[in-house]
Design a protein around this ligand. Structure first.
Ligand SMILES: *Cc1c(COP(=O)(O)O)cnc(C)c1O
Length: 439
């Protein structure tokens, strides 16, 4: 093995990777990124992602590690855990899951057994693939019990779901979505959960930054035992995961911790954990203002698109109460075609299944999110311009190249980060760290 590639060939491969990442970065710098699950790291968080922490292991918890050399890791992780508990007003946090899916697996390992029934929403109603048989649910061998969906209000139908829960009695009930427009009725359903002896589990991957900003709902104080989440969607942190709980049952926290490690991690990406500590501190300082603006922008974008004839879901309720919008684009050519055309015009979105879609291969909608455009300083006024660009492309036949030029010109006014320390630093950067040029 080895030696099959000449040094010259492989140096070119290395350069190709660097060049592609640079081109990608420039592309996003000039685009309007509207992926609801994406965000930008702050300068101080970004710095830690390429620190020596990325070379280390720290199995276990602060103060009880398996390896030596972890004193500063312990200091950072202890601070990270304290900041998490303060931000979410809870008694337990674990920052070792390396992503939202991994955090979900940790919860499933901790609070369910193979064969258990677990309540959740359907994929077409906005659930994440974690609760699919081909995802984390299948891996743990638990079976979904589906809640009834109210497509008009884009949330769970409480009365009809209550009947199902009473009849089927799942052991664990998951609340969480990837197409997350409105708060879920955790508080309303929590007496039923208590009655049937089920635990409430909230997957806050999408809305964690809004919850932390005090602008969405407060699951740990509405009846859920645990929140699992990604830390990089509305919370503008590193790509990582987290568990949060508010319980005085030491058995539950012990199970959650051992679900995280050794259950689903060995190393826990210490560089990302350090970056998360910074992101949590910044959210404690700036998160409320940021969360408010993210939601205000989403509502404004929804209203502007609606005015321009787009079929934005949730009209009755102001289109959204989160960072996300769902737009049915059957008239414009379907989710796949529309997302592709938008990308060619510099507007980055994703096709998305919507309630009522029958084919998972042909989603009827697109999903839009405002975290990233808010992070670079856009407000309601800019949302109206984004709606206009989409209207030009999808309703007035303007060429994608021409809209792409408009998008880039518009974006050039928004290049610095907001809602963080070191605000104004470049939002999109490629770090040239190696001191000598490639061969
Ligand atoms: C994105 C998402 C996840 C998974 O997050 P990763 O960090 O990408 O693993 C889990 N649950 C929900 C509801 C999500 O939207």
């Amino acid at each position: 093995m080895g030696g099959d590639g000449t040094e010259g060939d492989m140096a070119r491969a290395v350069e190709q990777v660097r060049d592609a990442v640079r081109r990608h970065t420039t592309r996003f710098e000039h685009a309007i990124p509207l992926i609801a699950s994406e965000n930008l790291l702050s300068p101080y968080a970004r710095e830690l992602m390429i620190s020596d922490f990325d070379a280390r292991y720290a199995e276990g918890l602060p103060g009880e590690r398996y390896y030596e050399g972890n004193e500063q890791v312990d200091e950072v992780e202890t601070l990270c855990l304290d900041l998490a508990k303060r931000l979410f007003r809870c008694s337990f946090a674990d920052v070792r899951p390396i992503s939202g899916t991994v955090a979900n697996l940790a919860v499933l390992k901790a609070l369910s057994e193979p064969g258990d029934l677990v309540g959740t929403c359907r994929l077409a109603d906005g659930a994440h693939i974690s609760s699919a048989s081909f995802g984390a649910f299948g891996l743990r061998g638990v079976k979904p019990v589906y809640y009834v969906w109210d497509a008009q209000r884009m949330t769970i139908d409480v009365a009809r779901t209550r009947e199902i829960l009473r009849a089927v009695r799942p052991k664990l009930c998951l609340f969480g979505l990837s197409l997350f427009l409105f708060p879920l009725p955790v508080q309303e359903l929590s007496p039923t959960l208590e009655e049937i002896g089920a635990r409430g589990w909230y997957d806050g991957a999408h809305v964690l930054g809004l919850i932390a900003g005090g602008e969405f709902q407060d699951p740990l104080h509405e009846g859920c035992v645990v929140i699992s989440a990604s830390t990089h969607k509305t919370l503008p942190g590193p790509q990582h995961g987290i568990l949060l709980a508010n319980t005085d049952d030491p058995d539950v926290t012990k199970r959650l911790a051992s679900g995280a490690f050794p259950g689903v991690t060995s190393n826990h990406h210490l560089h990302a954990m350090a970056a998360l500590a910074v992101s949590l501190a910044e959210h404690l300082a700036f998160g409320r203002a940021y969360a408010r603006q993210v939601i205000a922008n989403a509502k404004a974008l929804g209203a502007a698109l609606h005015e321009r004839g787009f079929d934005v879901l949730g009209e009755e309720l102001g289109f959204t109460a989160s960072h996300t919008l769902a737009v049915r684009v059957t008239r414009e050519g379907g989710g796949e075609e529309v997302a592709r055309r938008l990308a060619a015009a510099g507007i980055i979105t994703n096709k998305n299944l919507l309630p009522g879609d029958t084919s998972s291969k042909h989603p009827g909608g697109i999903r839009l999110g405002t975290p990233e455009v808010t992070r670079v300083g856009m407000t309601e006024k800019e949302m109206a311009r984004i709606a206009e660009l989409m209207d030009d492309l999808l309703h007035h036949g303007k060429a994608p190249e021409s809209v792409a030029a408009d998008s880039a010109a518009f974006k050039s006014g928004f290049t610095g980060l907001r809602y963080c320390f070191g605000a104004g630093e470049a939002a999109y950067r490629y770090f040239d760290l190696v001191g000598h040029p490639p061969p």
